[in-house]
Design a binder for this molecule. Structure first.
Ligand code: GDP
Length: 442
């Protein structure tokens, strides 16, 4: 998702030359490229115009921040503006009053409404809610059957509406049933049409009036680009929707709908569907998405992964030793172990700032093998050696090489890397040295 746009924006920033302050001269070309990149991504042209104007005004008006060159300053402004057009703060599902809460799913036929109802039930189910699915499309029996199938797959109960003919009657009885069986979130999968028509809107309005839903989520197919935005607007005008779900973001959607929908409807994108499988569904975080688009990585998703997989006490202990410059080979081995627990290095790297590009160049499998080799070398050492690598002499290195199935050369390389790492860490821990370190990477 967003790959093309991401590539083009990053290229635009690369060409900015010069040092010091941003000027019209040094960003003019980049702004032009940003404009083209957004238009090619099928972003609404009014949104693009406003975006580029605002970026320009803000970039020219910013104070020079210490250590940032004009290219980096522009990235900073574009990042902030991207977050803004993607919706600003991460939106939440808002439930008011007492349960059962109601979420009405609306949208055109084929947009992914039924699938997303099931996905949403699954997601909320994981968050301690007890969702209840209600099929409310009385025109297409296949639609009800499909929801029943989806509900089975996500192991959520579904109201049996098969014998009932009126949508209003279905929701009336379904709400009663939800209370009886103790379900606290009712997800109503309403009827869709191929095109927007008044009869459908009237039916939806009637349901809305009765249900007083906490959320009305408009489901749209991201692959339809600006058509998705146009129909979102029409549904919003009729029903005052509370949010949008964009499906099929895994397809070759260029991102235009995601980048336009908030500005056009004034309603946030709340979830995205990223595949046909029922777990391919995420809450939408504007800041994370903006960072991903700009190749700055998705640090928060990385942290979430790390928090789930890594022993926090151990990590804290290792960090303290690093800062005190007491980090030993034994600690090094333990941190390698933590890293390998986090899973596939390749996908993790995509989440690290600046690593998105490198991900394609680095052979993650070879890296994992290398890490295993380092661990093998360290585990062939005595504890005394692990805690003080300086005592390793030539004959011990030969023994360790034999024991770990490596060579003395490989041992020396690893020791060099380890010592370099320690040097870097001690630089980081000294006040005022961080600047020097960042210079090394710029
Ligand atoms: P509805 O008519 O709006 O209820 O749409 P459906 O839920 O039946 O979905 C239409 C088609 O889109 C189905 O084949 C789904 O499997 C597919 N679909 C829904 N969401 C996604 C998604 O996020 N990614 C992909 N690749 N396919 C999806």
């Amino acid at each position: 998702m967003f790959e093309n746009l991401s590539d083009k924006l990053q290229r635009a920033f690369k060409n900015i030359t010069g040092k010091g302050k941003i000027s019209e001269d040094n960003i003019q070309e980049a702004l032009k490229e940003i404009r083209v990149a957004l238009l090619e991504a099928d972003v609404n042209f009014k949104v693009v115009k406003k975006f580029v104007n605002e970026v320009k005004a803000e970039a020219l008006g910013t104070e020079v921040t210490d250590g940032l060159n004009p290219g980096q300053q522009l990235v900073k402004v574009v990042h902030e503006k991207l977050i803004e057009i993607l919706g600003g703060r991460s939106p939440e599902i808002k439930f008011k009053g007492k349960p059962p809460y109601v979420i009405m799913m609306v949208g055109l036929q084929g947009s992914g409404k039924t699938t997303s109802s099931g996905k949403l039930a699954r997601l909320l189910g994981e968050e301690e809610f007890n969702p209840y699915l209600v099929p409310c499309d009385v025109y297409r029996p296949a639609a009800k059957e499909q929801l029943i199938t989806v509900a089975g797959q996500v192991e959520m109960p579904v109201f049996d509406s098969r014998e009932i003919e009126k949508p209003l009657e279905i929701v009336r009885r379904a709400m009663k049933e939800a209370r009886n069986i103790g379900r606290d979130v009712v997800i109503v999968d309403t009827a869709g049409r191929l095109h927007i028509d008044m009869a459908l809107m009237d039916e939806l309005k009637e349901l809305k009036e009765y249900l007083e839903p906490d959320e009305i989520l408009f489901v749209a197919d991201a692959m339809t680009g600006q058509d998705a935005v146009t129909s979102a607007k029409a549904f919003h005008d009729a029903l005052d929707i509370t949010g949008v779900i964009l499906t099929k973001m895994d397809g070759d959607a260029r991102g235009g709908a995601a980048l336009s929908i908030k500005k056009v409807t004034e309603r946030p994108l709340k979830f995205i569907g990223t595949g046909e499988k029922l777990d391919a569904f995420e809450r939408f975080h504007p800041d994370r998405m903006a960072s991903r688009i700009l190749g700055m990585g998705d640090v928060l998703s990385l942290i979430e992964t790390v928090q789930k997989k890594v022993d926090q006490d151990e990590a804290q202990r290792l960090q303290e030793k690093m800062l005190k410059n007491q980090f030993t080979l034994d600690d090094f081995s333990k941190s390698l172990n933590q890293i390998s627990k986090m899973g596939d290095l390749g996908s993790l790297m995509g989440l690290i700032p600046g690593m998105g590009k490198m991900k394609q160049q680095i052979d993650a499998q070879a890296e994992s093998k290398q890490m295993k080799k380092m661990q093998a070398i360290i585990s062939s050492m005595t504890m005394e050696e692990r805690n003080n690598h300086a005592i390793l002499n030539q004959s011990r290195k030969s023994r360790i090489a034999k024991g770990s199935g490596t060579s003395v050369n490989e041992i020396n390389t690893m020791l060099n890397q380890f010592m370099q790492m320690r040097k870097m860490m001690s630089m980081m821990s000294k006040p005022g040295k961080l600047g020097k370190l960042t210079q090394m990477f710029s």
